[in-house]
Design a binder for this molecule. Structure first.
Ligand code: PHE
Length: 467
């Protein structure tokens, strides 16, 4: 294992935890989770999600961090070192991270642009949230006229530049430092928004809904959707946690840290649920709840409009999204950069700049395909050939194929080839405790791969994305 002496390391325990939690806490927690929790019967969904995180999220997190720390390599290097036949698992992870980075950084740019919009022309945005969002993406909702979404692209460029700037400062000097400020800031904003949302007249109905368990809303689709959400939200099945684990000191307890990281990520998702659901109940009514970009950029304008000092809370909300998006996108890019530098011998700084430019350029297709230019790419599954827009196609590729197949490969490799015992040895370095190893052994061999296989089959059989 050459070069290990020079390999970057996290400077502090808390720095690592915040960086890993920062990777996990992202747009998925804030704009997807609340809508899913609402659709899944409030409290009933929260219980199911929590169980999935415990039974599947935590074991896979332990697995990825252990592989990374054991090999001290990037994702592909890790698998190649352990077993040449499994290098493809790493490839799925790195390619997945690459595609996600292309679109995630553009959406991050939209978030940045919305912060500026709420500061400079909040009342215009709030007056017609949907029209403004369409206009931002380059289409006139009324006439159908289209134009190039220059503003969205410029802000994506700025976002990518900030991302690169942080990475250029290194693992502990950039990623760790940013998260030490960004994550506490994120929590402060969350608390402010939580208080604001829950003191709106009419919010009580939303809180009641989130605490009640409407089991009639649960079906097999709910389970699968919660599973997909957990994987994406915990940044698993990608190049990330293996890479982050490779910078981890032997003194750190991987089992305990995995619980903390998964716990923080889930806490933020729940808090977001307890912000969005009551706020929408109080302003737009329960039928106003949705999820994803359309909901976050368009529908929420109506929520801010209906509350005093709405533009200010709009700025705070998009700031929250910005911190969440940045700490995730730096992790995604780090996974790719570590691979290029270690496997291909590229120089770190040049790789960061090159990757930033390439991802920004490919991401342009994502942004313009939303509305202004009609670009579709064929997608094949068991329901036949469909022609999603390029933006959706990129998400299908990562969420339905690359991410779950990588995670599946990891479980099969660790559970059946390399052996859970190796994970146990790695976790137990420096006398760290791994009291639940027997449970881990069972979960990683049977429950995790079966659950992930179900995600893959379901996505391809029904043509739906579950994350
Ligand atoms: N976990 C992040 C979220 O919830 C997204 C992410 C995906 C981060 C992939 C890193 C890698 O939005």
């Amino acid at each position: 294992m050459e070069n290990n002496k020079e390999r970057a390391q996290w400077a502090s325990k808390i720095g690592f935890i915040l960086a890993a939690a920062g990777s996990a806490v992202g747009l998925g927690n804030i704009w997807k989770f609340p809508g899913k929790a609402f659709a899944g019967g409030g409290g009933a969904y929260l219980i199911i999600y929590l169980l999935i995180v415990l039974l599947i999220g935590v074991p896979v997190m332990v697995t990825e961090l252990s592989i990374g720390r054991f090999t001290r390599k990037n994702t592909i290097g890790s698998f190649r070192t352990l077993d040449k036949r499994f290098g493809w698992v790493g490839w799925f992870g790195v390619v997945c991270a690459f595609v996600i980075l292309c679109y995630y950084s553009h959406v991050g740019g939209w978030v940045l642009s919305y912060i500026v919009s709420y500061i400079t022309e909040g009342s215009t945005v709030m007056a017609d949230g949907l029209g403004y969002f369409y206009g931002f993406l380059g289409i006139d909702a009324a006439t159908g006229a289209t134009w190039f979404p220059t503003r969205a692209i410029i802000f994506a460029f700025i976002f990518v530049a900030i991302n690169a700037f942080i990475l250029l400062k290194g693992v502990s000097g950039g990623i760790e430092k940013f998260n030490k400020v960004g994550m506490p800031a994120l929590f402060v904003i969350l608390i402010i928004l939580l208080v604001r949302a829950n003191t709106l007249p009419g919010a009580a109905e939303g809180i009641k809904y989130m605490f009640s368990c409407d089991w009639s809303k649960i079906n097999s689709g709910t389970f699968i959707s919660a599973l997909g959400q957990a994987f994406f939200s915990l940044s698993l099945g990608m190049a990330i946690m293996i890479t982050y684990g490779s910078y981890l000191k032997k003194e750190e307890n991987i089992s305990k840290n995995s619980f903390i990281i998964c716990g923080l990520d889930t806490l933020v998702a729940f808090l977001a649920g307890f912000i969005i659901v009551p706020a929408v109940f109080a302003t737009l009514g329960s039928e106003g709840i949705g999820k994803g970009g359309g909901f976050a950029f368009a529908s929420l304008a109506g929520v801010f409009k209906a509350m005093p000092a709405g533009a200010l809370f709009g700025v705070l909300f998009y700031l929250l999204l910005l911190f969440a998006a940045l700490s995730s996108s730096i992790s995604i890019q780090e996974g790719i950069v570590a691979f290029c530098c270690e496997e291909w011998g590229w120089k770190r700084n040049k790789t960061i700049i090159f990757m930033s430019i390439v991802c920004f350029a490919i991401g342009i297709i994502y942004t313009i395909s939303q509305a202004s230019v009609n670009i579709t790419i064929p997608w094949l599954d068991f329901t036949g050939v469909s022609h999603p827009i390029a933006g959706d196609w990129m998400e299908f590729l990562t969420d339905r194929l690359l991410l779950p197949v990588c995670a599946f490969g990891e479980c099969i490799f660790v559970g059946w080839i390399w052996g859970p015992k190796h994970v146990q040895e790695e976790v137990c370095q420096n006398d760290a405790k791994f009291a639940w190893f027997k449970v881990y052994n069972f979960l990683i061999k049977y429950i995790c791969p079966i659950a992930i296989a179900v995600i893959i089959i379901y996505s391809f059989a029904t043509g739906t994305t579950v994350s």
